[in-house]
Ligand binder design. Structure first.
Ligand code: GLY
Length: 366
């Protein structure tokens, strides 16, 4: 069992361990109070875990309801958000009540935004069940839905009152979903923790490793990643500066997601984005070739791809909708070494050239 305290504008605690679904009602009561709770979950996670959480909430004295939406990034949109808000209003939640976002990144983003909007903001408990949501999206207060023009274009910063991550849930992921979370773990190591990177190289985290006795070490890795995320968001809650480092691999990664019509996982696309921007940095002389070799080898060992079949032109067209674009420029995270990256503002023409340089067969061979 680990706890990590996040000193955000409204501080909160992350609880990480096993059998926390069963204990969630009391933890939420202590962190958030209130009388009614709406669990927001999706059609994959709800049938597995909503009943256990609902029972725990009722045992802790809550009146609990579950709003279930169809799983998938394509449902992280205004219609689903409005349906969740109507569901909360029909059950007469008031300002003292609580939303529990139970699921992966899509659920956390959408349930979080529903909590931020309902009656101008009510208490939120994040209960991540995917590896990606545990190590990244449940911590830091970002909430959003997608618009037709792009991913996460409508959202709010809304800090949870508590995060409850039951690592037992990782056992019901598919190997691909587990690998998807590894994309964000490797990202954290690349931006600021070379020791973690070496440890991951020695024993890469995989689903097979998890289910053959590796749960305790995976919990340690998740805890370290939550600490990294905590340190970054504590220094820059609203992404005015250092938090942009967490976008390593994301400008191209979001473009890969859009080109793939959101059929590939976020962490899977971030892995491709990290390799492409690192390849471009190597070709520009900003990063040693060994860094790219180590990054590709580690991501491969985690079961992730290091390149995609979309052309540089297709990726650039999708990347133009990225939030990190500001007029004719975009903020990019450029790797220099394992554990050392910088934020650079790059003109859009140069970004197009970097995407081309990031293709496996682009630019000069390296
Ligand atoms: N996932 C990036 C961030 O939370 O800022």
């Amino acid at each position: 069992m680990h706890t990590v305290d996040v000193p955000a504008s409204t501080p909160y605690r992350v609880h990480l361990g096993t059998r926390l679904l069963e204990a969630s009602g009391q933890i939420i009561r202590e962190a958030a109070g209130g009388e009614k709770v709406v669990i927001v979950t999706d059609s994959n996670v709800g049938p597995l875990y909503a009943g256990i959480v609902e029972q725990s909430l009722v045992a802790a004295g809550y009146e609990a309801f579950t709003f279930t939406f169809p799983a998938g990034e394509e449902h992280k949109r205004a219609e689903t958000l409005l349906a969740a808000l109507e569901f909360m209003a029909e059950r007469e939640l008031d300002r003292r009540d609580v939303v529990v976002a139970l699921g992966g990144g899509v659920t956390g983003d959408m349930g979080g935004l529903a909590a931020a909007l309902y009656m101008r903001g009510i208490a939120l408990a994040q209960m991540p069940t995917s590896l990606l949501a545990m190590v990244d999206s449940s911590v830091g207060g970002k909430t959003a839905i997608d618009l037709a023009a792009g991913k996460n274009l409508a959202g709010a910063f809304w800090q949870p009152r508590v995060v409850i991550a039951d690592v037992g849930c990782l056992g019901t992921l598919t190997p691909e979903q587990f690998a998807d979370g590894c994309g964000e773990i490797v990202k954290h190591a690349m931006i600021c923790d070379p020791e973690l990177f070496c440890a991951l190289e020695l024993t890469p985290p995989t689903y097979d490793y998890l289910v053959s006795g590796g749960m305790a070490r995976i919990e340690e890795i998740v805890a370290r990643n939550i600490e990294i995320k905590r340190d970054v968001v504590a220094a820059d809650e609203r992404e005015g500066g250092a938090r942009k480092l967490l976008n390593f691999g994301h400008s191209i990664g979001h473009a890969v997601e859009a080109c793939a019509a959101y059929r590939l996982g976020h962490g899977t696309c971030v892995a491709i984005g990290m390799c492409m921007i690192t390849r471009a940095a190597v070709r520009a002389g900003a990063c040693a070739p060994e860094v790219l070799a180590r990054l590709e080898a580690l991501l491969g060992a985690c079961g992730l791809e290091t390149a995609c079949s979309f052309s540089a032109e297709e990726l650039y067209a999708c990347a133009l909708h990225d939030k990190k674009r500001r007029g004719g420029a975009i903020d990019l995270v450029i790797p220099h070494a394992v554990g050392a990256c910088s934020i650079e503002t790059v003109a859009l023409e140069d970004f197009a050239a970097l995407i081309a340089q990031g293709e496996k067969n682009g630019g000069n061979a390296c």
